[in-house]
Write a protein that binds this ligand. Structure first.
Ligand SMILES: Cc1cc2nc3c(=O)[nH]c(=O)nc-3n(C[C@H](O)[C@H](O)[C@H](O)COP(=O)(O)O)c2cc1C
Length: 208
C-alpha cells in the first residue's frame, strides 16, 4: 500500500511555555509522511490564506489537529481555521466533496486527569463526547473520524517522566496513520490515551 500523507495542523498560542506540544511538534516535523503547519507561527495576525489551506488539504490523505485542550475545545486560531477553510462548496454542501474519504484525528493534551473525563468525574463527559463538534464537522465533510489520541494530566507528565513515552506513542501513531490499517480503529469508540493513573506505563500506542 502506498503511504498516506498526513497534514498536521498544529496550534499552540504560547509555545515558549509549552512542555508537551513543543516536544510533539519536532517529532511531527521529523516524520517522513507529514506536512506540519504551525498555525500560530504562520498566521500570527489570524489572516489565514484560505486557498493555500484548501490546497494543502487536497494534497493529503489524513488531517490531524495537534493542540492543547482549551476549554474542552481547540485553541482559537484552530477554530478560526475551521471557520474559514471548511467552506460550503469545498468541504460540505451538495458540491462540497474535497475532503471525502480522508481521515481525521485530533491529538491533544489535557490538563485534567483521565478519570475526570467520565460521567462520574468532574468534567462529566468523556473526551470523545466533548470533542463531538470536531467529530460531526468531520462527518459533515464526508471524512472518516478516528477516536482522539490524548495525553491526560499533561501538566505533570514531564516531571513524572511520562513525556518520552508519549512522544514515542505519538510517533507510533504517525506510523500507523501513514501505513496501518485504520478500519477497526475507525469503528472503535475508545480514545488512545496516556495518563498518570499508571505512571511510566504508556497506553498511548495506537491499535494495530
Ligand atoms: C486557556 C486554557 C484553557 C484550558 N482548558 C482546559 C480544559 O478545558 N481541559 C483540560 O483538561 N485542560 C485545560 N487546560 C490545560 C491545558 O490543556 C494544558 O496546559 C496543556 O495540555 C499543556 O500542554 P503544553 O505543555 O503543550 O502547553 C487549559 C489551559 C489553558 C491555558
Amino acid at each position: 500500500m502506498t503511504q498516506r500523507r498526513i497534514l498536521v495542523l498544529f496550534a499552540h498560542p504560547s509555545l515558549e511555555r509549552s512542555e508537551i506540544n513543543s516536544e510533539l511538534l519536532p517529532a511531527a516535523q521529523a516524520h517522513p509522511s507529514t506536512t506540519v503547519v504551525d498555525l500560530y507561527a504562520e498566521y500570527p495576525d489570524y489572516r489565514i490564506d484560505i486557498d493555500r489551506e484548501q490546497r494543502r488539504l487536497c494534497e493529503h490523505d489524513v488531517v490531524m489537529f495537534l493542540f492543547p485542550l482549551f476549554w474542552y475545545s481547540t485553541p482559537a486560531l484552530l477554530k478560526e481555521w475551521q471557520d474559514l477553510v471548511l467552506e460550503h462548496g469545498f468541504a460540505y454542501g451538495s458540491e462540497g466533496r474535497a475532503l471525502a474519504g480522508k481521515y481525521f484525528i485530533a491529538a491533544c493534551s489535557a490538563g485534567g486527569a483521565g478519570y475526570a473525563y467520565d460521567a462520574e468525574g468532574y468534567n462529566r463527559f468523556t473526551l470523545r463526547e466533548l470533542l463531538r463538534p470536531l467529530e460531526q464537522t468531520a462527518n459533515l465533510c464526508h471524512m472518516r473520524y478516528l477516536p482522539p489520541f490524548a495525553l491526560f494530566s499533561s501538566r505533570t507528565a514531564l516531571k513524572e517522566g511520562r513525556l518520552a513515552a508519549h512522544r514515542e506513542a505519538f510517533v507510533g501513531l504517525l506510523d500507523q496513520l501513514s501505513q496501518g490499517s485504520l478500519e477497526d480503529w475507525e469503528r472503535s469508540e475508545a480514545c488512545t490515551v496516556n495518563d498518570s493513573l499508571t505512571p511510566g506505563d504508556s497506553k498511548g500506542v495506537a491499535p494495530s
